[in-house]
Write a protein that binds this ligand. Structure first.
Ligand SMILES: Cc1cc2nc3c(=O)[nH]c(=O)nc-3n(C[C@H](O)[C@H](O)[C@H](O)COP(=O)(O)OP(=O)(O)OC[C@H]3O[C@@H](n4cnc5c(N)ncnc54)[C@H](O)[C@@H]3O)c2cc1C
Length: 450
């Protein structure tokens, strides 16, 4: 049975995350944005109250949460600060390749440590010269006895400067593209690992992002999460499970912008009345509300699919690009409602505007999501309607009166080019509308049989 209510357990999780967001995150959000640092003590508190790492399976000491729990939590944290939310959720992104891999040794060694101690793990496919084209990564993994040796640089690594571990994607042969990609769990303290300076950013400045350089880093084979033919798939499966959370970040940020705009519109006066009384403002608020609602539904659906054994790839992509683009529109309109004050750093909209802009870029840009969804629409998706040329479009005759056996002249032929339906025993020599020859006509009786 279809049900859009959150279960009592999920409502409890939402309450806990909301309280944490309002009490711990919101008060420090502007400050950490200004100084451009990740508040590690906030991540630590999130760990202590159990709203980080929830997705570690129970078998390894975790809570065994699904993606639905994650989207409910991150909506609340992102509503208070999108940057801190990115850093809070990053352990889930970093851990997902470990959880999805079939390397039991690595799971047993690392997941309990992450569950019980305060350990951070980052995810890295991107490099200085590639991001969208994961098959084009250049960091190399060379087999050497019981180890692989990593050389290269990963870039844009969220929490890279504060993480203990990394899920690293590298290639055994750059020319082999997808087939060469493998994945490893690497510890920051290993010889040859160098952490770069924090990258200065437009927004989400409370989330650390940096490059990680590997120079002859020896990784034991037992830390391989996916072999060369499986690494690319592992990266894509990871994104299918984590993209709904990016949609949920966007819902949280948009929800806050909408709430601030409603509050401001009810207080600000112009032309002798509150601006909330202008229909132009009311319609903006209605569209914001509509976008927050639709985005949330999409992210919940993607999360639900991931948790119920349905491949969430397409829904995750749709929720990611719909919700992230909708959020940017919502925040932009909220800024408009605030007028000049929206453009200042004294109100929260300016920060939300900068923070929200990132959502269209990381974890697969909007363009990449469109490629995934259009590829599915054109190939994987099973249409319900018949092909155009087979459409039973009898315009001239009532189909119930068409009886080819008794009246051969009622036989219908459809022009595949312009759609014209010709009635007669034979197709016409040429179409009277588009002038294409008889070969352009399809016998609709044949289409019926198919
Ligand atoms: C703050 C931040 C945090 C990040 N965190 C992480 C992280 O933790 N781990 C990680 O691995 N990565 C991370 N990333 C990297 C992020 O995933 C990439 O930036 C993103 O995938 C885009 O890659 P790119 O920047 O190399 O752009 P490019 O791939 O160079 O793309 C440039 C532009 O071209 C477009 N484009 C590319 N290919 C096509 C195509 N075939 N058709 C149409 N348009 C195309 C893109 O959409 C984009 O608009 C982070 C990035 C940022 C900014």
């Amino acid at each position: 049975m279809l049900n859009f209510n959150l279960s009592p357990e999920l409502l409890e999780i939402q309450k806990k995350a909301r309280e944490f967001a309002l009490k711990e995150v919101l008060p420090v959000a502007a400050y950490y944005d200004k100084i451009g640092k990740t508040p590690i003590d906030i991540l630590r508190k999130a760990f202590d109250i159990g709203i980080i790492n929830g997705d570690i399976p129970k078998k390894y000491g975790g809570k065994g949460h699904g993606v639905l729990e994650a989207v409910v939590i991150v909506e609340e944290i992102a509503a208070a600060c999108p940057g801190i939310a990115t850093s809070v959720f990053d352990n889930s992104l970093g851990m997902e390749p470990v959880i999805l891999s079939d390397n039991e040794t690595a799971k047993e060694k690392y997941l309990p440590k992450i569950a019980n101690d305060f350990r951070l793990i980052s995810f890295a496919t991107s490099e200085p010269t590639m991001g969208s084209d994961v098959s084009g990564l250049r960091c190399t993994a060379t087999e050497d006895g019981d180890d692989y040796i990593l050389n290269g640089t990963k870039y844009w690594v969220t929490n890279g400067g504060i993480a203990d571990y990394f899920s690293i994607f590298a290639t055994v042969d750059p020319k082999a593209a997808h087939q060469g990609i493998c994945a490893f769990l690497v510890e920051k303290e290993w010889d040859g690992v160098t952490v770069g300076k924090a990258i200065p950013k437009l927004g989400q400045r409370a989330s650390n992002t940096c490059g990680i350089h590997f120079e002859n880093v020896r990784v034991p084979k037992e830390n391989m999460l996916a072999g060369p033919d499986k690494g690319f798939i592992l990266a894509m499966r990871t994104f299918s499970h984590t993209r709904p959370a990016i949609g949920a970040f966007a819902v949280g940020a948009a929800r806050s912008a909408m709430e601030y705009a409603i509050d401001y519109a009810k207080k600000r006066r112009a032309f002798g009345t509150k601006i909330a009384n202008f229909q132009a403002i009311q319609f903006k608020l209605a569209e914001m509300y509509q976008k927050v609602e639709t985005s949330r539904l999409l992210t919940w659906k993607a999360a639900w699919e991931a948790d119920n054994g349905i491949d969430p790839t397409i829904t995750a992509s749709i929720s990611k690009f719909y919700a992230t683009e909708a959020a940017l529109e919502v925040v932009s309109e909220a800024l408009q409602i605030f007028g000049g004050y929206g453009y200042t750093r004294m109100y929260p909209i300016e920060k939300l505007f900068r923070d929200t802009r990132l959502y269209r870029i990381y974890e697969g840009t909007s363009e990449i999501q469109r490629m995934i969804v259009s590829g599915h629409a054109m190939a994987g998706y099973q249409p319900v309607m018949p092909p155009l040329e087979d459409l039973p479009l009898h315009i001239e005759k009532d189909p119930s009166e068409v009886n080819v056996e008794e009246d051969p002249d009622s036989h219908a032929w459809r022009c595949r080019i312009c759609g014209y339906v010709h009635y007669g025993e034979e197709a016409p020599d040429k179409c009277p509308y588009c002038f294409f020859p008889a070969s352009a006509f399809k016998d609709t009786a044949e289409a019926d049989k198919e």
